[in-house]
Structure formats: C-alpha cells, structure tokens
Design a protein around this ligand. Structure first.
Ligand SMILES: [Zn+2]
Length: 308
C-alpha cells in the first residue's frame, strides 16, 4: 500500500521541539521580520479575500498585527519553522476590532470541502485551529484552578502555583470499515448530508486497545461482532482535536441491529454498489464521504480488495 497523506496531515513545518522551550528564542522569532502569523477569528481561518481562485491562507507580518491593533505578538502560538527557517505562528484576532479589510473568515470544514487550498496549507491551518481552540478552553490549571501560563510557544501550559504542566490534548477516535467477504458495512448518522453512508467511528476510552475500541463501537452501533482488526492509516482531524485511527475489521456475524441513539441506518453494501455510490450513479442517490475524509479512503481500500 502506498503511503497515504490524508487531508490535514503533511504539514511542512519543523515544530522545533528542542528550541521552543526557550522563551527568549520564541520572542525573538515572533519579532523577526521573517515571522508570519496565521489569523483566526472565532476559530475560523481568515483567508485571502479573492474568491475567484483557489483558497489561500493569509500570512500577516507582525507589523500587520500591531499596526492594525488586532492582536499582540505575545499572544501568538508558535506552529513551527518553514523550510527557510522562518517562524510561523497562529493568532486569534480580536473579533471586536475591524479586521474585515484583511480577508474573509472561513471555517476549516468549508476549506476542506472546497478542496482548492494547498494540502500543506490545510495541514498548517488544522494544527493552528486545534491549538487555538485548546488554549481558548484551558486558561486554568485542571489540578488547582489557578490561571496558568503559556509555555513552549504554546505547546504546553504551566501552572504558576502547583507547577503542573498541561499539554494540548489530542482525542483518539477509531474509524473502521467492517468487511464480510465481498460486502462492507456502512451506516449513516442523522447529521450526515442526505443519502451519505460512511464508516462507523467512535472515541477510544481509557484502558482500551484500538482493536477493542473498534469491536466495541461496531457492536454498539450495529450489533455486528468483529474478529481481526487491521490498521490502515490515520488522519489528524481538527474538530476539535482528534486523531482518526483508520482500521479495517472483519465481521464475524451478519445480522444488523442498529442503536437508533447513535445511527439511523446501517447496511451491507457490495463492491458494485459502492462503486456506483462513488461515481454518484446509485439508483437511490446514495453517496460516500468527500475525498478529504479518511472514511472515503478506507472504502476505497475495500474496493481495491482489502478485507482486513
Ligand atoms: Zn495548579
């Protein structure tokens, strides 16, 4: 299998894990003329205003931020160094200030669906959004409740009172295509677009292996039992900050019994039917997810003959 780089993965930035604990180095990077800042408003990226071409991220200079009085360099989160060793940061603009001359706000799901943005820019935007969102929600120490401080350029927070360190969280989600010979199991959640069927998925819980999460979630949602579970690939998913762990699992039973609290339908599909969904030629107008979702690639692996 060739090495798959999913949407939101493949950032070209060097996260500089050795250098970033040095606060003076971070400050020097932020004040460098070569530094650029990726602006967000309410967790949507502010991108270039032109709407007649591909979506492009808007990289502001420190002078753009301070000159317009829309953010301070000290509040920027360090993302990494580009290939020219220039620092890249994420910054939340003050939504009360007028930033609308700079560009237009676009949420990351729309950016991904549009599919015109450069893949490496989408990966950087995903990292930025996940980090900004975590800091927005973690201003206080989870152990003692004291207001804590940003450290390592934003890769951690440290409590000044109890010295507890807190790290940006990543929530693991198992997402699995279930196969049964020449059929695969897809389901639909009530919030999907009409007609779309996708792979089942669920958050991992403490004390579970990935294989155990896969078998539990498939049983809970569809009543199908699974045996062998194979790892396929993974995808960072910035809603809010998950890692989608893509697997292909072999079912050991046939009879579907859905949990209506989780999904509204699940069915077995054969390869011909999946192919028609992929080509948008299905007689019931059923479809599979967009290309930016790992689910589509798991379904594609099944079409290519992988049964887990
Ligand atoms: Zn504390």
């Amino acid at each position: 299998m060739k090495n798959i780089v999913h949407a939101f993965a493949g950032s070209p930035l060097d996260r500089a894990g050795v250098k970033r604990p040095d606060a003076a180095w971070i400050a020097e990077q932020a004040h460098s003329d070569a530094a650029r800042f990726l602006p967000f408003v309410d967790l949507s990226a502010v991108i270039h205003a032109q709407d007649d071409a591909a979506d492009r991220l808007l990289w502001l200079s420190g002078a753009d931020l301070t000159g317009n009085n829309i953010a301070t360099l000290e509040d920027a989160l360090f993302l990494g160094l580009n290939e020219q060793n220039a620092a890249r940061f994420a910054v939340s603009l003050d939504s009360a200030k007028d930033w609308t001359d700079l560009g237009r706000a676009m949420d990351l799901r729309t950016l991904a669906v549009n599919g015109t943005i450069d893949a490496s820019e989408l990966a950087i935007a995903g990292q930025a959004k996940s980090m900004l969102e975590w800091h927005k929600q973690h201003g206080f120490c989870a152990r003692c409740g004291t207001a804590d401080n940003v450290a390592d350029g934003g890769y951690k927070r440290v409590c000044p009172k109890c010295e507890r360190m807190h790290f940006p969280r990543v929530d693991p989600v198992a997402i699995m295509l279930v196969t049964r010979g020449d059929k695969c199991l897809l389901g639909r959640s009530p919030h999907f677009v009409p007609g779309m069927y996708s792979t089942l998925a669920g958050f991992m819980e403490p004390g579970e292996s990935i294989e155990e999460t896969v078998r539990r979630e498939v049983m809970e949602e569809s009543g199908i039992s699974c045996g062998h579970v194979a790892y396929h690939s993974s995808q960072p998913w910035p809603f809010a900050s998950s890692i989608m762990i893509g697997c292909i699992a072999r079912a050991t039973s046939d009879e579907i019994n859905i949990d209506p609290a989780e999904i509204e339908d699940a069915r077995w599909f054969d390869r011909d039917e999946i192919q028609s969904m992929r080509e948008r030629k299905h007689p019931e107008e059923l479809t599979i997810p967009f290309r930016f979702a790992i689910a589509r690639h798991l379904i594609r692996a099944f079409l290519d003959g992988w049964e887990g």
